[in-house]
Design a protein around this ligand. Structure first.
Ligand code: MG
Length: 157
């Protein structure tokens, strides 16, 4: 068994579509980034790569590479899962938390889980997504950005 953690933050700005866990979310702002800036999926990718000892998302998909401009982060997650398979790892479970003062994410939680499950070819029961506000405190509480943390457990085949 191998465990890994991932953490990511993106800035909230006007004029961008908010996408979390591969799901477009109705909100007046979106996350700024080279890809679709899906902070939840980025944290999941980093947790998986970390558990496998395979560096990080910026190493595999650099934001200086035009191929990844505007790309759906679910595609990056699919590539990460291919890498895991090539290295004979299987995912045991994923547990992630999103930090966002707004919008309320509970209505999207199942959709997000389904998107992650499809991208990872993983049973929904192995994926848990939580969301929390930070009680108005800090950059997330002030709505300056959205953050995400994830822990992943892998099994070596
Ligand atoms: Mg990121």
């Amino acid at each position: 068994m191998r465990i890994g953690q991932g953490y990511d933050v993106h800035q909230l700005v006007e004029g961008r579509q908010l996408i979390l866990g591969g799901v477009p979310i109705a909100f007046e702002k979106g996350l700024l980034g080279h890809s679709d800036a899906d902070v939840l999926v980025h944290a999941v990718c980093d947790a998986l790569l970390g558990a496998a000892g395979l560096n990080d998302i910026g190493h595999h998909f650099p934001d200086s590479d035009a191929r990844y401009k505007g790309i759906s982060s679910l595609k990056l997650l699919q590539s990460v899962c291919t890498l895991l398979a090539e290295n004979a790892y299987r995912i045991v479970n994923i547990d992630a938390t999103v930090f966002a003062q707004a919008p309320r994410l509970a209505p999207y939680r199942e959709q997000m889980r389904d998107q992650l499950a499809a991208a990872m070819h993983l049973a929904c029961g192995r994926i848990n997504i939580k969301a929390t506000t930070t009680e108005g405190l800090g950059p997330f509480g002030r709505g300056e950005g959205i953050g995400a943390m994830c822990i992943a457990l892998l099994r070596s085949l």
